[in-house]
Design a protein around this ligand. Structure first.
Ligand code: PEP
Ligand code: MG
Length: 883
């Protein structure tokens, strides 16, 4: 077996595609070498050695020693130095390199091969004694830290003491003789800590470092990281051994890092930093402030220190050429590391560069224009969820922030405003032109007007599908939910987080994309839906097959969603309309009437308003399907709470207040989510659904007659468990349709379908599809009922479940493909077996989650439906799923 892959001198055993075997770093070093870029020679010990090592009680394959020796000999030949040679020693770096970059693993040992003898050789060959001893002590320090696991503070103490003794502050103030002293003391530390001397044999050093890399694959940090990121243990890591080049041998030396394009804006400009006379770690460590690569960068930074372009024009010219070679070769923006030794340029690393969403978009679109990639490729280059960053205001990254608390990132975007604790206060202050943040323990439908008025919403309880989260997402407003550390005292008008108190009227800032709650005002940056965005979305639409609708009930939301490309409404939650304005009074009157007559009287007051709602939605969605769900939540949600509200209802109904209180108490349920809600209300009070159906049909007639627009209405019954429930409701609806049709001399075209949000409904989908013309998976409730997990109360312990690895994701945010997903598959299969053209969609919160959208595509649903601001995310995710 080949366990070792060499590279250097314009050739390589490996290539970029061999990432699994060589790790990311090794594969790219090989690739760069074989396309003729100046890479210091070296070799990669493969990930298979790592796997072998752990499968064989930490033993190496027998052939490994010889293969390493041969590869090392090749390196020696190329550079003309010998490993361990006292006169002209070869020094190497040893680095880990897994398939995916993995923090927590052993990182780097530099200058390996130095000892008391070879350091003299380095003095001679470099002609710089100080440099040689500085390199030696750096090596000892790094080696001890990562290989011998001696805590680095031991060495820092020595160094600090030395500087105190000499009364100097900087490492650069130490002379060769000082470093020699330091090295002596380092050796004493090692003897003291290990009871044996620092290894002088370069071979022992090399194998020690290789062993440390493999050993770090199984350290706790690496194991935890792999778990969190789903990286299998079986992948293993590779080890890269490479001839050292020095950027710290004088003023014709340098080291730097660069991105081939600006990683934050995506601009097609070379973007990077370098340091003269420094080693790679100095750039990262932040001890010295690096200088800009280009004159342009220098001017942008208003720096007065010269750019590399000016200081080393020739080397810079080579680097600029390599930049374009790498981009043409990899067809993506690269993140590179380089070193200049005595005026000669070396490439130490290249990889696809990390970037902001904005940069990803610009780079992808630009690269299509430049002919580097095609449109499909561009569509795959952007993480759908990252579009959030483009659609909402974001915090100015340059601004200071004092984070008070962290909650769930329930609805993306950033906003600041004065703290208010009631919806009414929010509305009042907003009317006076103030920006406010509504802070509640949790929100309820009665807070909607305050949520509309606020810039953002903060709650101290509730999860990703809590009322606040769902409504805020629908409105496109930032929301941080379930920030458990925030103690709210609404009476006193304060919120307190571990000792810090914020009073009503004082400002806070929310970042709904991270869940951060920040003290004071942090400036925000407005989104720019540039031409690039529209163009890329166009390309995405060209490849996707899954349709994308929106969850919306207000005209504003519906219009926003259309602007974002929604192809209809997948869920109009009519109960949200019941809270608007003074309707709530009529709704309460209906609920608290003690007979059908009373209910009908109240419903008659609501009917015209409800009809007008639908007229507006049908107009905005002209011709596109609009799924209207009939009343769903338990009635007690609408009950009057305050005495004044009780009194008002009593007056309207002409009964005693006491009586109203008694009737309200009767509606109380211990477990309302599994109680008298959904179709069960329709069964109890068919007149409610009858009124809603009438409003829908009359609206349809009006829109068609008056505005000449077609209407594609789908009427949806919630929380159905049996076919019979659906049949009874369908009868009511068909009856109304007949009446309205006759009265207006038209035949009404509409569909009746059901939500699938109970396991029983999914299992009995075959017979339910005899009556239902469409299914819409209500995965919020389906998740709740499949797991037996309350969607309102589980946030408090779900996080622990994720930490302990019981759940990989919050199942209310990302669909549980294994369990809930299986029910969806079953319902899909059984439903379509009964009715071939059964329309299938999903309208739970998962409809806007990219991983869940992938699943929906795979299963073969017709559409997903999500809140307006997630429509572009779903469009892109659907396109990627199709590719
Ligand atoms: C659902 O249960 O997934 C759903 C969309 O309905 P709601 O969230 O209104 O219960
Ligand atoms: Mg539901």
């Amino acid at each position: 077996t080949k366990w070792v892959y060499g590279f250097g001198n314009g050739t390589a055993d490996g290539k970029a595609e061999m990432r699994d075997l060589l790790g990311g770093k090794g594969a790219n070093l090989a690739e760069m070498s074989s396309i003729g870029l100046p890479v210091p020679p070296g070799f990669t010990v493969t990930t298979e050695v790592c796997t072998y090592y752990y499968a064989n009680s930490r033993a190496y394959p027998p052939e490994l020693k010889a293969q390493v020796a041969a590869a090392l000999a090749d390196v020696e030949k190329i550079v003309g130095r010998k490993f361990g040679d006292p006169d002209n020693p070869l020094l190497v770096s040893v680095r880990s390199g897994a398939r995916a970059s993995m923090p927590g693993m052993m990182d780097t040992v530099l200058n390996l091969g130095l000892n008391d003898t070879t350091v003299l050789g380095l003095v001679r060959s470099s002609g710089d004694e100080r440099f040689a001893y500085d390199s030696y002590r750096r090596f000892i320090q790094m080696y001890c830290n990562v290989v011998l696991e001696i805590d680095h503070h031991n060495f820092e103490e020595v160094l600090e003491q030395k500087k105190l003794d000499l009364d100097v502050h900087l490492d650069t103030d130490l002379k060769a003789s000082d470093w020699k002293d330091v090295i002596k003391q380092y050796k004493k530390v090692i003897e003291r800590e290990l009871g044996k001397p620092f290894p002088q044999d370069p071979q022992e050093q090399l194998w020690g470092a290789v062993g440390a890399v493999f050993g770090s694959w199984m350290n706790q940090r690496a194991i935890t990281y792999r778990k969190l990121h789903d990286i299998p243990e079986s992948w293993g890591t590779a080890v890269n051994v490479q001839a050292m080049v020095f950027g710290n041998m004088g003023d014709d030396c340098a080291t730097g890092v660069a991105f081939t394009r600006n990683p934050s804006t995506g601009e097609n400009l070379f973007y990077g930093e370098y340091l003269v006379n420094a080693q790679g770690e100095d750039v990262v460590a932040g001890i010295r402030t690096p200088q800009q690569l280009t004159v342009q960068g220098k001017e942008a930074q208003k720096s007065d220190r010269p750019a590399m372009e000016e200081v080393m024009p020739e080397v810079y010219g080579q680097l600029a050429e390599i930049r374009s070679t790498l981009e043409r070769h990899y067809r993506d923006m690269q993140d590179i590391e380089f070193t200049v030794q005595s005026g000669k340029l070396y490439m130490l690393q290249t990889r696809n560069g990390k970037r902001t969403a904005k940069a990803a978009l610009k780079i992808a679109v630009d690269m299509v224009r430049e002919g580097l990639i095609d449109r499909k490729e561009a569509v795959t280059r952007i993480a759908p969820a990252s579009l959030d960053q483009l659609l909402h205001p974001t915090l100015d990254p340059k601004a200071q922030r004092k984070v008070l608390a962290k909650g769930l990132p329930a609805s993306p975007g950033a906003a600041f405003g004065k703290v208010v604790f009631t919806a009414d206060a929010a509305e009042k202050m907003a009317r006076d032109g103030e920006k406010v943040i509504l802070v509640r323990r949790e929100t309820s439908p009665e807070d909607i007007h305050g949520m509309h008025a606020a810039q953002g919403i903060l709650t101290s309880t509730g999860g990703m599908t809590s009322h606040a989260a769902v409504v805020a997402r629908g409105m496109g407003k930032p929301c941080v939910a379930g920030a458990g550390d925030v103690r709210i005292d609404a009476k006193a008008g304060t919120l307190t987080v571990r000792g810090t108190t914020v009073k009503a009227g004082e400002a806070i800032t929310l970042d709904g994309s991270t869940g951060e709650v920040i003290l004071g005002i942090v400036p925000t940056i407005q989104p720019e839906l540039s031409g690039d965005f529209a163009e890329l979305m166009d390309w995405a639409d060209g490849v996707r097959t899954l349709k994308v609708r929106t969850n919306a009930e207000t005209p504003a939301d519906a219009a926003t969603a259309r602007k974002f490309g929604a192809e209809g409404i997948g869920l109009c939650r009519t109960e949200h309309m019941f809270f608007e304005g003074d309707r709530i009074v009529a709704v309460r009157q209906m609920i608290l009437s003690d007979d059908e007559k009373g209910r009908r009287a109240a419903l008659a007051r609501i009917a015209p308003m409800q009809r007008q709602d639908f007229v507006e939605l049908f107009e905005i969605m002209a011709g596109l399907p609009v799924t209207i769900r009939l009343l769903d939540p338990p009635l007690h949600e609408f009950l009057p709470k305050t005495d004044a509200e009780m009194a008002q209802v009593a007056r309207e109904l002409g009964v005693a207040e006491k009586e109203i209180e008694a009737r309200a108490a009767k509606l109380h349920e211990f477990n309302p989510m599994l109680g008298h809600r959904g179709v069960r209300l329709g069964i109890s009070y068919p007149e409610i659904y009858e009124m809603q159906a009438r409003a829908i049909f009359e609206a349809a007639v009006e829109v068609r007659k008056k505005h000449g627009k077609t209407v594609d209405a789908e009427i949806m019954i919630p929380l159905v468990a049996t076919k019979r429930e659906l049949d009874l409701m369908k009868e009511v609806i068909d009856q109304v349709a007949n009446e309205v049709g006759k009265l207006n001399g038209v035949t009404l075209d509409y569909k009746v379908g059901t939500m699938i949000e109970l396991p029983r409904a999914a299992l009995r989908a075959g017979e339910i599809a005899e009556s239902a013309e469409f299914f819409s998976f209500g995965t919020n409730d389906l998740t709740q009922t499949t797991f037996g997990l309350s969607r309102d109360d589980s946030a408090s312990f779900l996080e622990r479940y994720q930490r302990r690895g019981i759940f990989e994701h919050d199942p209310f945010a990302t669909l549980d493909v294994e369990g809930v997903g299986e029910l969806i598959r079953i319902a899909h299969e059984r439903g379509r077996r009964t009715r071939k053209d059964l329309k299938l969609g999903i309208c739970g919160e998962h409809g806007g989650d990219p991983a869940s959208v992938f699943f929906c595509h795979q299963v073969g649903l017709d559409y997903v439906s999500c809140s307006p601001f997630r429509v572009p995310i779903a469009r892109l995710a659907a396109a990627q799923a199709a590719l």
